[in-house]
Write a protein that binds this ligand. Structure first.
Ligand code: GLU
Length: 484
Protein backbone atom coordinates (compact mmCIF):
# COMPACT_ATOMS: atom_id res chain seq x y z
CA UNK A 1 0.00 0.00 0.00
CA UNK A 2 1.21 3.50 -0.79
CA UNK A 3 1.87 5.40 2.38
CA UNK A 4 3.32 8.52 0.80
CA UNK A 5 0.67 11.14 0.24
CA UNK A 6 0.56 12.49 -3.28
CA UNK A 7 1.14 16.02 -1.94
CA UNK A 8 4.54 14.88 -0.68
CA UNK A 9 5.54 13.60 -4.09
CA UNK A 10 4.22 16.43 -6.24
CA UNK A 11 7.19 18.56 -7.30
CA UNK A 12 6.72 22.21 -6.44
CA UNK A 13 8.93 24.73 -8.22
CA UNK A 14 9.00 28.48 -8.27
CA UNK A 15 10.34 31.36 -10.26
CA UNK A 16 11.39 34.13 -7.89
CA UNK A 17 12.29 37.31 -9.79
CA UNK A 18 13.08 40.62 -8.13
CA UNK A 19 10.92 43.35 -9.71
CA UNK A 20 13.80 45.74 -10.17
CA UNK A 21 13.96 45.89 -13.97
CA UNK A 22 12.48 44.35 -17.07
CA UNK A 23 12.12 40.57 -17.49
CA UNK A 24 15.57 39.55 -18.71
CA UNK A 25 15.90 36.65 -21.16
CA UNK A 26 18.01 34.89 -18.50
CA UNK A 27 15.13 35.18 -16.05
CA UNK A 28 12.72 33.89 -18.66
CA UNK A 29 15.03 30.93 -19.27
CA UNK A 30 15.04 30.13 -15.54
CA UNK A 31 11.25 30.45 -15.43
CA UNK A 32 10.92 28.16 -18.44
CA UNK A 33 13.14 25.43 -16.97
CA UNK A 34 11.19 25.48 -13.71
CA UNK A 35 7.96 25.38 -15.70
CA UNK A 36 9.15 22.51 -17.92
CA UNK A 37 10.27 20.51 -14.91
CA UNK A 38 6.91 21.07 -13.22
CA UNK A 39 4.95 20.13 -16.35
CA UNK A 40 7.08 17.11 -17.21
CA UNK A 41 6.92 15.65 -13.71
CA UNK A 42 3.30 16.55 -13.03
CA UNK A 43 4.27 19.27 -10.59
CA UNK A 44 3.26 22.80 -9.74
CA UNK A 45 4.87 26.03 -10.96
CA UNK A 46 4.73 28.99 -8.60
CA UNK A 47 5.59 32.65 -8.95
CA UNK A 48 7.08 34.69 -6.15
CA UNK A 49 7.88 38.36 -6.54
CA UNK A 50 10.91 39.15 -4.39
CA UNK A 51 10.04 42.72 -3.58
CA UNK A 52 11.78 43.12 -0.23
CA UNK A 53 14.09 45.77 -1.67
CA UNK A 54 11.46 48.50 -1.54
CA UNK A 55 13.78 51.15 -2.91
CA UNK A 56 14.45 49.29 -6.14
CA UNK A 57 11.20 47.36 -6.67
CA UNK A 58 8.63 48.96 -8.94
CA UNK A 59 5.09 48.12 -10.02
CA UNK A 60 6.13 48.72 -13.59
CA UNK A 61 8.76 46.05 -13.47
CA UNK A 62 6.35 43.66 -11.76
CA UNK A 63 3.95 44.24 -14.66
CA UNK A 64 6.76 43.59 -17.15
CA UNK A 65 7.38 40.23 -15.45
CA UNK A 66 3.69 39.27 -15.59
CA UNK A 67 3.39 40.39 -19.22
CA UNK A 68 6.53 38.56 -20.29
CA UNK A 69 5.49 35.31 -18.61
CA UNK A 70 1.97 35.59 -19.98
CA UNK A 71 3.22 36.27 -23.49
CA UNK A 72 5.39 33.16 -23.27
CA UNK A 73 2.50 31.17 -21.82
CA UNK A 74 4.40 30.30 -18.63
CA UNK A 75 1.35 30.34 -16.40
CA UNK A 76 1.68 29.91 -12.67
CA UNK A 77 -0.56 27.51 -10.82
CA UNK A 78 -1.27 29.31 -7.55
CA UNK A 79 -1.72 32.89 -6.49
CA UNK A 80 1.38 35.06 -6.85
CA UNK A 81 3.33 35.38 -3.60
CA UNK A 82 4.84 38.73 -2.69
CA UNK A 83 7.87 38.25 -0.50
CA UNK A 84 7.43 41.66 1.10
CA UNK A 85 4.10 40.53 2.56
CA UNK A 86 5.83 37.83 4.59
CA UNK A 87 7.95 40.06 6.79
CA UNK A 88 6.40 38.82 10.02
CA UNK A 89 7.14 35.21 9.17
CA UNK A 90 10.71 36.11 8.23
CA UNK A 91 11.11 37.74 11.64
CA UNK A 92 9.49 34.78 13.40
CA UNK A 93 11.91 32.43 11.64
CA UNK A 94 14.84 34.60 12.72
CA UNK A 95 13.54 34.38 16.29
CA UNK A 96 13.17 30.59 15.93
CA UNK A 97 16.80 30.41 14.82
CA UNK A 98 17.84 32.43 17.88
CA UNK A 99 15.73 30.21 20.15
CA UNK A 100 17.27 27.09 18.63
CA UNK A 101 20.74 28.44 19.35
CA UNK A 102 21.57 28.49 15.63
CA UNK A 103 21.85 32.26 15.47
CA UNK A 104 22.96 35.09 17.73
CA UNK A 105 22.60 38.82 18.09
CA UNK A 106 25.47 40.96 16.90
CA UNK A 107 25.92 44.54 18.09
CA UNK A 108 28.99 45.38 16.04
CA UNK A 109 28.34 48.57 14.11
CA UNK A 110 28.91 49.03 10.41
CA UNK A 111 31.80 51.39 11.20
CA UNK A 112 33.48 48.83 13.46
CA UNK A 113 33.09 46.11 10.87
CA UNK A 114 34.52 48.39 8.21
CA UNK A 115 37.51 49.12 10.39
CA UNK A 116 38.17 45.39 10.90
CA UNK A 117 37.67 44.70 7.21
CA UNK A 118 40.34 47.26 6.41
CA UNK A 119 42.71 45.74 8.95
CA UNK A 120 42.21 42.32 7.38
CA UNK A 121 42.85 43.83 3.95
CA UNK A 122 46.08 45.40 5.13
CA UNK A 123 47.23 42.00 6.41
CA UNK A 124 46.14 40.57 3.03
CA UNK A 125 43.70 38.27 4.78
CA UNK A 126 40.12 37.51 3.78
CA UNK A 127 37.78 39.25 6.18
CA UNK A 128 35.61 37.00 8.25
CA UNK A 129 33.44 38.06 11.16
CA UNK A 130 35.41 37.16 14.30
CA UNK A 131 32.33 36.06 16.28
CA UNK A 132 33.04 38.39 19.14
CA UNK A 133 29.30 38.96 19.81
CA UNK A 134 28.78 35.21 20.01
CA UNK A 135 30.99 35.32 23.09
CA UNK A 136 28.88 37.89 24.94
CA UNK A 137 27.19 36.62 28.08
CA UNK A 138 23.46 36.04 28.02
CA UNK A 139 23.05 38.78 30.63
CA UNK A 140 24.93 41.33 28.59
CA UNK A 141 22.92 40.52 25.47
CA UNK A 142 19.69 40.86 27.42
CA UNK A 143 20.78 44.18 28.90
CA UNK A 144 21.82 45.64 25.55
CA UNK A 145 18.60 44.49 23.84
CA UNK A 146 16.56 45.98 26.71
CA UNK A 147 18.47 49.22 26.27
CA UNK A 148 17.37 49.27 22.64
CA UNK A 149 20.87 48.93 21.21
CA UNK A 150 20.69 48.32 17.45
CA UNK A 151 21.83 44.86 16.35
CA UNK A 152 21.60 42.32 13.57
CA UNK A 153 21.05 38.59 13.79
CA UNK A 154 23.74 36.28 12.48
CA UNK A 155 23.70 32.57 11.73
CA UNK A 156 26.32 30.61 13.59
CA UNK A 157 27.99 28.81 10.69
CA UNK A 158 29.50 25.43 11.65
CA UNK A 159 33.10 24.62 10.80
CA UNK A 160 32.13 21.46 8.99
CA UNK A 161 31.72 21.35 5.23
CA UNK A 162 28.33 21.93 3.64
CA UNK A 163 27.54 19.86 0.59
CA UNK A 164 24.65 18.88 -1.59
CA UNK A 165 23.87 16.91 -4.71
CA UNK A 166 23.06 19.42 -7.37
CA UNK A 167 20.81 18.29 -10.22
CA UNK A 168 23.13 19.97 -12.70
CA UNK A 169 26.57 19.85 -11.08
CA UNK A 170 26.26 16.67 -9.01
CA UNK A 171 28.15 17.04 -5.74
CA UNK A 172 29.05 20.57 -4.65
CA UNK A 173 30.91 21.09 -1.36
CA UNK A 174 31.80 24.27 0.50
CA UNK A 175 34.48 24.10 3.22
CA UNK A 176 33.04 25.22 6.56
CA UNK A 177 35.91 27.64 7.05
CA UNK A 178 34.77 29.59 4.01
CA UNK A 179 31.31 30.21 5.39
CA UNK A 180 31.06 33.33 7.47
CA UNK A 181 28.60 33.87 10.33
CA UNK A 182 26.33 35.63 7.88
CA UNK A 183 23.65 38.14 8.73
CA UNK A 184 20.04 37.00 8.33
CA UNK A 185 18.15 39.93 9.84
CA UNK A 186 19.20 43.58 9.59
CA UNK A 187 19.06 45.97 12.51
CA UNK A 188 15.85 47.47 11.08
CA UNK A 189 14.21 44.04 11.35
CA UNK A 190 14.19 43.31 7.60
CA UNK A 191 15.46 39.94 6.36
CA UNK A 192 18.51 39.35 4.22
CA UNK A 193 17.85 37.51 0.94
CA UNK A 194 19.01 34.11 2.23
CA UNK A 195 16.57 34.13 5.14
CA UNK A 196 13.61 35.46 3.15
CA UNK A 197 14.11 32.91 0.36
CA UNK A 198 14.39 29.93 2.68
CA UNK A 199 11.47 31.06 4.83
CA UNK A 200 9.30 31.50 1.73
CA UNK A 201 10.44 28.32 0.02
CA UNK A 202 9.55 26.35 3.15
CA UNK A 203 6.18 28.07 3.46
CA UNK A 204 5.44 27.49 -0.23
CA UNK A 205 6.53 23.84 0.15
CA UNK A 206 9.01 24.18 -2.71
CA UNK A 207 10.70 20.85 -3.43
CA UNK A 208 13.05 21.84 -6.25
CA UNK A 209 14.98 25.12 -6.24
CA UNK A 210 16.18 25.76 -9.77
CA UNK A 211 18.00 29.01 -10.44
CA UNK A 212 21.09 30.52 -12.02
CA UNK A 213 24.65 29.46 -11.24
CA UNK A 214 25.26 32.86 -9.70
CA UNK A 215 23.37 31.65 -6.61
CA UNK A 216 25.64 28.66 -5.91
CA UNK A 217 27.48 30.52 -3.16
CA UNK A 218 24.18 31.29 -1.40
CA UNK A 219 23.12 27.68 -1.30
CA UNK A 220 25.35 26.48 1.58
CA UNK A 221 24.03 29.35 3.71
CA UNK A 222 20.48 28.48 2.80
CA UNK A 223 21.09 24.82 3.62
CA UNK A 224 22.25 25.84 7.10
CA UNK A 225 19.03 27.78 7.62
CA UNK A 226 16.88 24.86 6.44
CA UNK A 227 18.64 22.51 8.81
CA UNK A 228 18.45 24.84 11.76
CA UNK A 229 14.73 25.36 11.16
CA UNK A 230 14.29 21.59 11.04
CA UNK A 231 12.90 21.74 7.52
CA UNK A 232 13.41 19.22 4.77
CA UNK A 233 15.93 20.29 2.13
CA UNK A 234 14.70 20.87 -1.39
CA UNK A 235 16.67 19.57 -4.34
CA UNK A 236 18.91 22.26 -5.82
CA UNK A 237 19.64 22.79 -9.50
CA UNK A 238 21.94 25.57 -10.69
CA UNK A 239 21.57 26.48 -14.34
CA UNK A 240 24.52 27.72 -16.40
CA UNK A 241 25.00 31.40 -17.08
CA UNK A 242 24.09 32.84 -20.45
CA UNK A 243 26.88 34.45 -22.45
CA UNK A 244 26.95 36.52 -25.59
CA UNK A 245 28.81 35.37 -28.71
CA UNK A 246 31.99 36.95 -27.32
CA UNK A 247 31.88 34.63 -24.30
CA UNK A 248 31.08 37.45 -21.88
CA UNK A 249 28.07 37.51 -19.59
CA UNK A 250 24.98 38.52 -21.58
CA UNK A 251 24.25 42.20 -21.20
CA UNK A 252 22.71 45.09 -23.08
CA UNK A 253 25.94 45.43 -25.05
CA UNK A 254 24.91 42.27 -26.86
CA UNK A 255 21.58 43.74 -28.03
CA UNK A 256 18.06 43.26 -26.74
CA UNK A 257 17.96 41.34 -23.46
CA UNK A 258 14.40 42.13 -22.40
CA UNK A 259 11.71 39.61 -23.22
CA UNK A 260 9.41 42.55 -24.01
CA UNK A 261 11.78 43.72 -26.77
CA UNK A 262 11.42 40.41 -28.56
CA UNK A 263 7.67 40.49 -28.11
CA UNK A 264 7.57 43.90 -29.80
CA UNK A 265 9.85 42.73 -32.59
CA UNK A 266 7.07 40.32 -33.55
CA UNK A 267 8.72 37.11 -32.45
CA UNK A 268 6.58 34.00 -32.13
CA UNK A 269 6.46 33.06 -28.42
CA UNK A 270 6.85 29.38 -29.31
CA UNK A 271 10.12 30.19 -31.08
CA UNK A 272 11.38 32.24 -28.15
CA UNK A 273 10.56 29.39 -25.76
CA UNK A 274 12.25 26.85 -28.02
CA UNK A 275 15.33 29.04 -28.27
CA UNK A 276 15.45 29.65 -24.50
CA UNK A 277 15.00 25.94 -23.80
CA UNK A 278 18.24 25.23 -25.64
CA UNK A 279 20.17 27.66 -23.43
CA UNK A 280 21.39 25.08 -20.95
CA UNK A 281 19.36 22.06 -21.95
CA UNK A 282 19.47 19.64 -24.81
CA UNK A 283 16.86 17.02 -25.64
CA UNK A 284 19.65 14.85 -27.04
CA UNK A 285 20.66 14.06 -30.60
CA UNK A 286 20.41 16.87 -33.10
CA UNK A 287 16.89 17.72 -32.14
CA UNK A 288 16.34 21.48 -32.01
CA UNK A 289 12.94 22.58 -33.26
CA UNK A 290 10.23 21.65 -30.78
CA UNK A 291 6.75 22.71 -29.83
CA UNK A 292 5.97 23.39 -26.20
CA UNK A 293 4.25 19.99 -25.91
CA UNK A 294 7.34 18.29 -27.28
CA UNK A 295 9.62 20.16 -24.90
CA UNK A 296 7.48 19.11 -21.93
CA UNK A 297 7.58 15.53 -23.13
CA UNK A 298 11.34 15.51 -23.81
CA UNK A 299 12.46 17.50 -20.77
CA UNK A 300 14.92 15.62 -18.59
CA UNK A 301 17.34 16.39 -15.82
CA UNK A 302 20.06 14.50 -17.71
CA UNK A 303 19.81 17.00 -20.55
CA UNK A 304 20.69 19.94 -18.28
CA UNK A 305 24.11 21.32 -19.09
CA UNK A 306 26.87 22.82 -16.99
CA UNK A 307 28.75 24.89 -19.47
CA UNK A 308 27.69 28.45 -20.14
CA UNK A 309 25.03 28.78 -22.80
CA UNK A 310 25.55 31.09 -25.77
CA UNK A 311 22.87 33.56 -26.78
CA UNK A 312 23.07 33.86 -30.56
CA UNK A 313 20.49 36.30 -31.98
CA UNK A 314 20.92 34.79 -35.47
CA UNK A 315 19.88 31.45 -34.11
CA UNK A 316 16.85 33.01 -32.50
CA UNK A 317 15.88 34.48 -35.86
CA UNK A 318 16.41 31.14 -37.54
CA UNK A 319 14.30 29.46 -34.87
CA UNK A 320 11.59 32.02 -35.45
CA UNK A 321 11.60 31.19 -39.15
CA UNK A 322 11.22 27.52 -38.32
CA UNK A 323 8.22 28.21 -36.11
CA UNK A 324 6.70 30.67 -38.58
CA UNK A 325 6.47 27.96 -41.17
CA UNK A 326 4.84 25.36 -38.92
CA UNK A 327 2.39 27.18 -36.68
CA UNK A 328 -1.27 27.10 -37.67
CA UNK A 329 -2.66 29.85 -39.87
CA UNK A 330 -5.03 30.61 -36.98
CA UNK A 331 -2.03 31.55 -34.88
CA UNK A 332 -0.10 33.22 -37.68
CA UNK A 333 -2.81 35.49 -39.04
CA UNK A 334 -3.46 37.61 -35.93
CA UNK A 335 0.30 38.07 -35.48
CA UNK A 336 0.88 39.33 -39.02
CA UNK A 337 -2.28 41.37 -39.58
CA UNK A 338 -1.43 44.28 -37.26
CA UNK A 339 1.96 44.59 -38.96
CA UNK A 340 0.36 44.56 -42.44
CA UNK A 341 -2.03 47.28 -41.32
CA UNK A 342 0.71 49.29 -39.61
CA UNK A 343 2.74 49.15 -42.83
CA UNK A 344 -0.24 50.66 -44.65
CA UNK A 345 -0.60 47.73 -47.06
CA UNK A 346 -4.29 47.10 -46.37
CA UNK A 347 -7.04 47.89 -43.90
CA UNK A 348 -8.99 45.48 -41.73
CA UNK A 349 -11.96 45.47 -44.10
CA UNK A 350 -9.92 44.59 -47.18
CA UNK A 351 -8.32 41.71 -45.33
CA UNK A 352 -11.68 40.49 -44.10
CA UNK A 353 -13.26 40.75 -47.54
CA UNK A 354 -10.43 38.72 -49.06
CA UNK A 355 -9.85 36.42 -46.11
CA UNK A 356 -9.27 33.20 -48.03
CA UNK A 357 -6.95 34.90 -50.46
CA UNK A 358 -5.10 36.61 -47.62
CA UNK A 359 -4.59 33.36 -45.77
CA UNK A 360 -3.20 31.64 -48.86
CA UNK A 361 -0.84 34.57 -49.30
CA UNK A 362 0.43 34.22 -45.74
CA UNK A 363 0.84 30.51 -46.25
CA UNK A 364 2.89 31.18 -49.36
CA UNK A 365 5.11 33.88 -47.88
CA UNK A 366 5.88 32.39 -44.48
CA UNK A 367 8.09 29.67 -45.95
CA UNK A 368 10.76 32.21 -46.90
CA UNK A 369 10.43 34.42 -43.82
CA UNK A 370 12.30 34.49 -40.55
CA UNK A 371 10.38 37.33 -39.01
CA UNK A 372 6.95 38.93 -39.24
CA UNK A 373 8.70 41.88 -40.87
CA UNK A 374 10.00 39.58 -43.59
CA UNK A 375 6.43 38.52 -44.33
CA UNK A 376 5.27 42.14 -44.46
CA UNK A 377 8.13 43.08 -46.80
CA UNK A 378 7.37 40.18 -49.10
CA UNK A 379 3.66 41.00 -49.03
CA UNK A 380 4.12 44.48 -50.50
CA UNK A 381 3.89 43.40 -54.17
CA UNK A 382 0.51 41.77 -53.56
CA UNK A 383 -1.09 44.91 -52.16
CA UNK A 384 0.76 47.98 -53.32
CA UNK A 385 -0.11 49.85 -56.47
CA UNK A 386 3.47 50.71 -57.18
CA UNK A 387 6.52 48.72 -56.17
CA UNK A 388 10.15 49.63 -55.86
CA UNK A 389 12.71 47.70 -57.84
CA UNK A 390 15.61 46.38 -55.83
CA UNK A 391 18.86 47.70 -57.35
CA UNK A 392 20.57 44.32 -57.21
CA UNK A 393 17.61 42.61 -58.83
CA UNK A 394 17.62 45.14 -61.67
CA UNK A 395 21.38 44.92 -62.15
CA UNK A 396 21.23 41.17 -62.31
CA UNK A 397 18.06 40.33 -64.25
CA UNK A 398 17.36 43.45 -66.27
CA UNK A 399 20.99 43.99 -67.14
CA UNK A 400 20.25 44.78 -70.79
CA UNK A 401 17.11 46.97 -70.65
CA UNK A 402 16.03 46.48 -74.26
CA UNK A 403 16.48 42.72 -74.00
CA UNK A 404 14.55 42.67 -70.70
CA UNK A 405 11.83 44.79 -72.24
CA UNK A 406 11.48 42.48 -75.20
CA UNK A 407 11.28 39.42 -72.94
CA UNK A 408 8.72 41.06 -70.67
CA UNK A 409 6.53 42.15 -73.62
CA UNK A 410 6.54 38.64 -75.03
CA UNK A 411 5.87 37.28 -71.55
CA UNK A 412 2.93 39.56 -71.08
CA UNK A 413 1.42 38.54 -74.40
CA UNK A 414 1.93 34.85 -73.63
CA UNK A 415 0.32 35.13 -70.19
CA UNK A 416 -2.55 37.31 -71.37
CA UNK A 417 -3.42 34.99 -74.23
CA UNK A 418 -4.61 32.02 -72.22
CA UNK A 419 -6.63 31.17 -69.13
CA UNK A 420 -5.25 32.14 -65.70
CA UNK A 421 -4.45 28.85 -64.04
CA UNK A 422 -1.06 27.55 -63.09
CA UNK A 423 -0.92 24.76 -65.68
CA UNK A 424 -1.79 27.08 -68.57
CA UNK A 425 0.55 29.80 -67.30
CA UNK A 426 3.41 27.38 -66.99
CA UNK A 427 2.91 25.90 -70.42
CA UNK A 428 2.64 29.40 -71.94
CA UNK A 429 5.97 30.45 -70.44
CA UNK A 430 7.78 27.23 -71.27
CA UNK A 431 6.58 27.45 -74.86
CA UNK A 432 7.83 31.02 -74.97
CA UNK A 433 11.25 29.93 -73.70
CA UNK A 434 11.39 27.20 -76.37
CA UNK A 435 10.40 29.60 -79.12
CA UNK A 436 13.08 32.05 -78.09
CA UNK A 437 15.58 29.28 -77.63
CA UNK A 438 16.44 30.26 -74.05
CA UNK A 439 16.33 28.49 -70.68
CA UNK A 440 13.11 28.96 -68.70
CA UNK A 441 15.02 30.93 -66.06
CA UNK A 442 15.74 33.63 -68.62
CA UNK A 443 11.98 34.21 -68.76
CA UNK A 444 11.20 33.64 -65.06
CA UNK A 445 13.82 35.89 -63.51
CA UNK A 446 13.00 39.13 -65.35
CA UNK A 447 9.34 38.36 -64.67
CA UNK A 448 10.02 37.92 -60.98
CA UNK A 449 11.62 41.35 -60.85
CA UNK A 450 8.70 42.87 -62.77
CA UNK A 451 6.15 41.35 -60.39
CA UNK A 452 7.89 41.90 -57.05
CA UNK A 453 10.93 44.08 -57.58
CA UNK A 454 12.84 41.43 -55.63
CA UNK A 455 15.26 38.63 -56.44
CA UNK A 456 13.66 36.17 -54.04
CA UNK A 457 10.01 35.30 -54.00
CA UNK A 458 7.79 32.23 -53.96
CA UNK A 459 7.53 30.06 -57.07
CA UNK A 460 6.61 32.10 -60.11
CA UNK A 461 3.33 30.30 -60.86
CA UNK A 462 2.10 30.30 -57.28
CA UNK A 463 2.87 33.99 -57.28
CA UNK A 464 1.04 34.68 -60.54
CA UNK A 465 -2.00 32.86 -59.18
CA UNK A 466 -2.08 34.72 -55.88
CA UNK A 467 -1.43 38.04 -57.54
CA UNK A 468 -4.20 37.47 -60.08
CA UNK A 469 -4.43 38.40 -63.72
CA UNK A 470 -5.14 42.12 -63.41
CA UNK A 471 -2.41 42.98 -60.97
CA UNK A 472 0.18 40.76 -62.66
CA UNK A 473 -0.46 42.23 -66.11
CA UNK A 474 -0.48 45.74 -64.63
CA UNK A 475 2.91 45.03 -63.07
CA UNK A 476 4.24 43.87 -66.44
CA UNK A 477 2.95 47.02 -68.16
CA UNK A 478 4.62 49.19 -65.53
CA UNK A 479 7.92 47.35 -65.91
CA UNK A 480 7.81 47.52 -69.71
CA UNK A 481 7.13 51.25 -69.54
CA UNK A 482 9.94 51.72 -67.08
CA UNK A 483 12.39 49.88 -69.34
CA UNK A 484 11.42 51.94 -72.42
N1 GLU B 1 15.28 37.03 -6.43
C1 GLU B 1 16.37 36.17 -6.70
C2 GLU B 1 16.88 36.49 -8.08
O1 GLU B 1 16.26 37.21 -8.79
C3 GLU B 1 15.88 34.74 -6.58
C4 GLU B 1 16.93 33.73 -6.53
C5 GLU B 1 16.37 32.35 -6.18
O2 GLU B 1 15.72 31.79 -7.07
O3 GLU B 1 16.54 31.92 -5.06
O4 GLU B 1 17.93 36.09 -8.49
Amino acid sequence: MMTVSSAATTPRLRFAPSPTGYLHVGGARTALFNWLYAKHFGGVFLLRIEDTDKARSTDESERAIFNGLEWLGLNWDEEVVHQGANLERHQRDAQALLDAGAAYRCFCTAAELDERRKEADSRKEAFKYDRRCDRLSADEVERRVAAGEPHVIRMRAPDTDVEWNDLVHDRIAFPGKDIDDFVILRSDGTPIYNLAVVSDDIAMRVTVVMRGDDHISNTPKQILIYRALGAELPTFAHLPMIHGLDGKKLSKRHGATAVGDYQHLGLIPGAMLNFLALLGWSPGGDREVMTMEEMIELFSVDGLQRKAAIFDPKKLEWMNGQHLSVISLEELEPRVTPAIIAAGLADVKTLEDRREWYRSLLDLLRVRARTIDDIVRQAIPYFADQIEYDADAVAKYWKDPSEARSILSATKDALAAGPWDSISLESALRTLADTRGVAAGKIFQPLRVALTGLTVSPGIFEMLMIMGRDLALHRLDTAIAKLA
